[in-house]
Write a protein that binds this ligand. Structure first.
Ligand code: FAD
Length: 260
């Protein structure tokens, strides 16, 4: 199978760099084809701007979504965007690998999402009407593909527990796993997480690699997070709120998980 790792760390000799190298070697040993988008090494441009549409007329107002749509439709996107979209088309599974920085993605990886996820490619897909709010949240251009986060944190696991001071990791990663991955159709696996990174010594690194190998071995067989599909009948249309009889009396991100 084809695996794309989108990797965001500025230092190849970092813990993340070592984990990335280990993941690539392990996946290749299992017979998978692997591509890595090493965003810092590529000097990936993270800022959305008018130059992303090579047909942008000088002096015209830059309209971010509309220009993205037009460039995608007319084949006038910048080459670096097209290359990353082609890698996504090629991949059967996508891994986003990053250190947790300020409770989210490093800016370069957020910029990759903003530029590569073009209008018509990752959003604005499918019929949009009061009866059908597009093909998204379980449908869309990435349907049939799998995705997983590989995340390291300075904080301890307990800091990210449901009652931990940082808020639960599930809640912190929800915008990425549900909003960035499930939205265009990926089946999202539970994340691979390595906490308390400053304490990782040789033994800790070996244990982290073993745990990582197990997760990589399940990339195409582990059950995904059971997010509810937008067009699966669980939501009122067009309000897009969960039907009142489902998870009755409950609120919060947990209601978007199927109980079965
Ligand atoms: P490194 O610093 O490269 O390494 C960590 C440890 O692993 C070191 O002790 C190193 O010796 C060891 N190591 C590295 N490679 C190996 C190897 N091959 N074998 C054995 N040991 C090895 N943390 C949070 O929890 N929440 C946040 O919101 C948050 N925000 C941050 C914001 C910024 C801007 C920064 C810089 C850090 C933040 N952190 C946060 C901490 C951050 O998540 C960790 O620093 C990061 O996950 C560590 O990953 P690294 O690859 O940079 O590790």
């Amino acid at each position: 199978m084809n695996v794309l790792i989108v990797y965001a760390h500025p230092e190849p000799r970092s813990l993340n760099g070592s984990l990335k190298d280990h993941a690539v070697a392990h996946l290749q040993r299992q017979g998978h084809s692997v591509q890595v988008s090493d965003l810092y090494a590529m000097g990936f441009k993270p800022l959305v701007d008018a130059s992303d549409n090579t047909a942008q007329q000088p002096g015209l107002r830059f309209r971010v979504s509309e220009d993205s749509q037009q460039a995608y439709r007319d084949g006038t996107q910048r080459a670096d965007i097209v290359a990353e979209q082609n890698k996504l088309r090629w991949a059967d599974a996508v891994i986003l690998q990053f250190p947790l920085w300020w409770f989210g993605l490093p800016a370069i990886l957020k910029g990759w999402v903003e530029r590569v996820y073009a209008y018509g490619f990752a959003y604005g897909v499918g019929e949009h009407s009061d009866q059908h709010w597009g093909d998204r949240y379980g449908e869309g251009s990435m349907a049939g593909k799998r995705a997983m986060l590989m995340v390291t944190t300075g904080g301890w696991a307990s800091h990210y527990a449901p009652r931990g001071i940082n808020g639960s990791l599930e809640a912190i990663l929800f915008p990425i796993q549900h909003g960035i991955l499930f939205y265009p159709g990926f089946e999202v696996l539970e994340p691979y997480v390595l906490h308390r990174t400053s304490r990782v010594d040789e033994a800790g690194f070996a244990a982290a690699c073993t745990a990582l190998e197990q997760r990589l071995d399940g990339l195409f067989s582990d059950a995904p997070i059971p997010y509810r599909r937008q067009n699966g009948g669980d939501y009122l249309i067009p309000e897009l709120t969960l039907k009142p009889e489902l998870a009755a009396g409950q609120e919060g991100i947990g209601v978007h998980l199927r109980a079965d």
